[in-house]
Design a protein around this ligand. Structure first.
Ligand code: KDO
Length: 333
């Protein structure tokens, strides 16, 4: 081999090594955003993560590695905050119930018949009350809330149809609730026997009769196909439910101001997508269930409201609510 040929092949080999090393380096430089949620792919808060990813792909091409894990494929429902604190997860949509475990005053948003409707919810969380409450969340949970999400208005969904006018009519009904004390309290306040079960087990629980019913917003009853294994929807409207797109502070604090702005905008785009579609679907979804052969009944909602409020008022849960917060929430217009 001549000297110049040798030099050329050496140069080529060096270039190849550099390129090979540069590739993983580039991948490593991408900000990893692992998402875990129990949401099913057909539900709006499952689909919204694609909107989040697409928004970032557009605003910051090649900067973020967004990995979406639905169906609780990465972490079990309710364990996401701990995973974020350990540094094993960057993003999730956490519930008021998840937050209340570490930030007890947040339990005010787990109580039935407090938030009036989706508009009230957005005004509360996007205004001064939200700002104050999110500060407590950041301090105690080491996560930053990027946007509230309207999960929908929760209704009771029963395996066998029965005449339900008041909470007394749910006596003895094994009502599946997610597994935490605030959820179980809500189920009992509705007059039922609250039975804890993870979201992913509800379909089978209803099918086999381990539980007599469950509660969820109607778009979720459709997306998770609970209507296939139940016969009745009781429109209790007991909880205008919210979840919150949250990011671990470890990940958030490592980002530049420009990256933070893009991630926040992506979360807001995802929220807008979810909220618009969910509200639209809720307005016309009852017909779908009727076509599926379900009975859709309206109980005495005032009787439910009174019973639920009477259950919370003297409870330990309500003891953690800051003085005047309930009145401020009620006064938010
Ligand atoms: C549920 O388990 O019933 C629930 O609706 C609770 C919510 O907080 C949220 O975890 C939701 O499930 C999942 O995202 C699945 O839709």
């Amino acid at each position: 081999m001549t000297l110049s040929l040798l030099r050329r092949s050496l140069l080529a080999a060096t270039a190849a090594i550099c390129a090979a090393e540069a590739m993983p380096a580039l991948a490593q430089n991408k900000v990893l955003l692992r998402i875990s949620t129990p949401a099913v792919p057909d539900d709006w808060h499952g689909k919204m993560w694609t909107v989040f990813k697409e928004s970032l792909d557009k605003s910051a091409p090649g900067e973020f590695d967004v990995q979406i894990n639905l169906n609780a494929a990465l972490f079990k429902q309710g364990t996401e905050p701990a995973a974020m604190a350990r540094g094993n997860l960057e993003l999730s949509s956490i519930s008021a119930f998840d937050i209340a475990k570490l930030v007890p005053e947040f339990s005010i948003f787990t109580a039935g018949y407090i938030i009036r409707d989706p508009d009230h919810q957005q005004k509360v969380f996007n205004g001064p009350i939200g700002e104050e409450m999110y500060k407590g969340v950041a301090e105690k949970m080491d996560v930053t809330i990027l946007s509230p999400i309207y999960l929908g208005t929760r209704q009771v969904n029963l395996r066998e149809a029965r005449n339900v006018r008041t909470p007394a009519d749910l006596k003895g009904v094994k009502l599946r609730m997610p597994g935490s004390k605030e959820w179980l309290f809500l189920g009992e306040a509705l007059g039922a026997t609250a039975t804890p079960l993870a979201f992913g087990e509800v379909y089978l629980g209803l099918k086999t009769g381990t539980v007599d019913g469950q509660d969820n917003p109607l778009p979720t009853v459709r997306a998770a196909k609970f209507y296939e294994v139940t016969k009745q929807l009781v429109l209790t409207n007991h909880l205008v439910d919210g979840i919150f797109i949250a990011i671990s502070n470890k990940s958030w604090n490592a980002m530049s101001a420009a990256q933070k702005a893009k991630v926040k905008a992506a979360a807001q785009a995802a929220a807008a997508f979810n909220n618009e579609n969910r509200i639209k679907e809720e307005a016309q979804i009852v017909d779908f269930f009727k076509q599926q052969g379900l009975q859709v009944t309206t109980p005495d909602v005032e009787a439910f409201r009174k019973a639920v409020q009477a259950a919370y008022a003297p409870s330990d849960i309500a003891k953690s609510w800051p003085k005047g917060l309930l009145e401020r929430i009620n006064a938010t217009k």
